[in-house]
Design a protein around this ligand. Sequence first.
Ligand SMILES: NC(=O)c1ccc[n+]([C@@H]2O[C@H](COP(=O)([O-])OP(=O)(O)OC[C@H]3O[C@@H](n4cnc5c(N)ncnc54)[C@H](OP(=O)(O)O)[C@@H]3O)[C@@H](O)[C@H]2O)c1
Length: 265
Amino acid sequence: MDLRLTGKVAFVTGASKGIGREVAAQLASEGADVVVTARTAEPLELAAKEITDATGRTVVPLAGDMSKSEDVDRCVAATLEKFGRIDILVTCAGSSPGGLLEELTEDQWMSSLNLKFMGYVRSVRAVIGHMRERGEGAIVLVVGNDGLKPSYWEMTAGAANAADLNFASSVAEQYGRYGIRCNTVNPGPVNTDRWDGLEKAFARDKKVSQDRAHELAEASIPFGRICEPAEVASLVVFLASPRASFINGAHIPVDGAQRKAIMDL
Ligand SMILES: NC(=O)c1ccc[n+]([C@@H]2O[C@H](COP(=O)([O-])OP(=O)(O)OC[C@H]3O[C@@H](n4cnc5c(N)ncnc54)[C@H](OP(=O)(O)O)[C@@H]3O)[C@@H](O)[C@H]2O)c1
């Protein structure tokens, strides 16, 4: 199926590695030009070069911290300056600490909310006026299944994700009339550095080895394995494409029907 993405311009946050990198790579392989952001310039530049080499599309690395409004606005302005438009926004720049209520600090709560919730709000806010003027746009927020399936050992992520879902529903309702679609994709455990960090936190809090934590994650998913980044990216890219033209305000799990309670000991 041709996803009709040739020549589209996409802005993907948190894209030097993990899910965001795979989203950028799949968008480019479908013919889109892509701007990728992350805080650390070197791996971001390498990822952009590798994707360009593999696809022949223009992939522009813009280093910036999506927990800072001025960085988000600067990266969006630079994208508009270079391409003249943004057709697609995908937000992946998120990182919430694992941990238990009595150990989590105020700073950890605030940094989770500042990046995983407010970082997504800032990114949408930075592109929405432009998309509204053009009368079209596709926004996909990569959120997480703990927004709807909470687990107490990742409560900062769960709270930020629940806020993201609510926010995305509001955006879908308010801006659908301007031709803008806003949807969320909600993975469970995905094979990235972020999941590795969450497994370590789980192992620490539950006093088990990381191998055991990984076994529990696999056992919680009927397929008996965790997800690969490409399996999340495929849905993101479809939702970002004109093929998903009537999908708006949807919150779609990509968690293999994970039963989180199985991870509880
Ligand atoms: N992996 C999972 O199991 C899983 C499950 C559910 C939801 N998710 C969500 O999916 C999204 C992507 O996760 P992932 O597993 O792909 O993470 P990852 O492999 O750790 O990659 C995170 C990316 O975001 C960038 N980033 C982190 N903080 C940033 C900031 N303040 N500003 C800009 N970029 C930033 C990182 O680069 P720098 O560090 O250089 O900035 C990196 O490129 C996150 O929102 C995560 O919560 C992941």
